[in-house]
Ligand binder design. Structure first.
Ligand code: ADP
Ligand code: MG
Length: 220
């Protein structure tokens, strides 16, 4: 079988410290997963590796059967920019641009037809209740609003693989449920494989396919 993403005996060490210990994991195309673990269990490290932002100390990560470590710079950059959408805990919105321009930046870089993307963006923004934020600069927004803008940016490219690191970290429980429902709905619409990592039981409950990470060891 050709799995979409496969991790085979992945280890990640920082000096003497083993942040991930022998993690093996298969993700199927279009499926939704949650990986739950306490702070420090290795969740962000795992997402960075899957997203091609860092490489394992040993073991392999396959995307459509191809080992990420065999990718040259250009292919890896294209994997990161076009196949993977990232929603990270610490936002990477550019301070000098308004939120709409921040959201449209990846599409502009990727040479997409921005008019079409913009229509979609406006509709997602309305759903998430942040239409009023689009013309504002990131510093004018609350943490929760920034997080939702970040989500829209990640989704605007319809990534095949959507990786979300504590996507509800700055939200109250009502907004948190809304955001998870919307992420799942959009992933479904776009056929994206979705991986959410969280420490939060309430978030984890919304996913049928669950993994647990404890001290760098993955369990199902
Ligand atoms: P989580 O996202 O689950 O909170 P992380 O993946 O961020 O966990 O971190 C896992 C462990 O690895 C933690 O103990 C953290 O301190 C350590 N760690 C993460 N990144 C680094 C780094 N760049 N250098 C050294 N230690 C790190
Ligand atoms: Mg983390």
């Amino acid at each position: 079988m050709n799995s979409f993403i496969e991790l085979s005996n992945v280890k990640k060490s920082y000096g003497q410290f083993n942040a991930l210990k022998d993690v093996s994991l298969t993700l199927n195309q279009g499926s939704h997963y949650v990986i739950q673990g306490a702070s420090g269990s290795g969740k962000s490290t795992l997402l960075y590796l899957i997203g091609g932002l860092d490489s394992p100390s040993s073991g392999q990560i396959y995307f459509n059967g191809e080992d990420l470590s065999s990718f040259g710079d250009e292919k890896l950059a294209s994997y990161r920019n076009t196949s993977v959408g990232l929603v990270f805990q610490f936002h990477f919105l550019l301070p000098s641009m308004n939120c709409l321009d921040n959201i449209l930046l990846p599409s502009r870089i990727g040479g997409l037809r921005v008019g079409k993307v913009k229509k979609e963006v406006l509709s997602i923004a309305e759903n998430l209740g942040v239409t009023h934020c689009l013309k504002k600069f990131p510093y004018e927004l609350s943490g929760g609003e920034q997080q939702r803008v970040n989500i829209i940016r990640a989704l605007s490219l319809k990534p095949k693989l959507l990786l979300c690191d504590e996507p509800t970290g700055n939200l109250d429980s009502s907004n948190s449920n809304k955001v998870i429902s919307l992420i799942k709905e959009l992933a479904e619409t776009y056929g994206s494989t979705l991986v959410v990592v969280t420490h939060d039981d309430g978030v984890a409950h919304q996913f049928p396919q669950k993994f647990f990470l404890k001290d760098g060891v993955l369990d199902d």
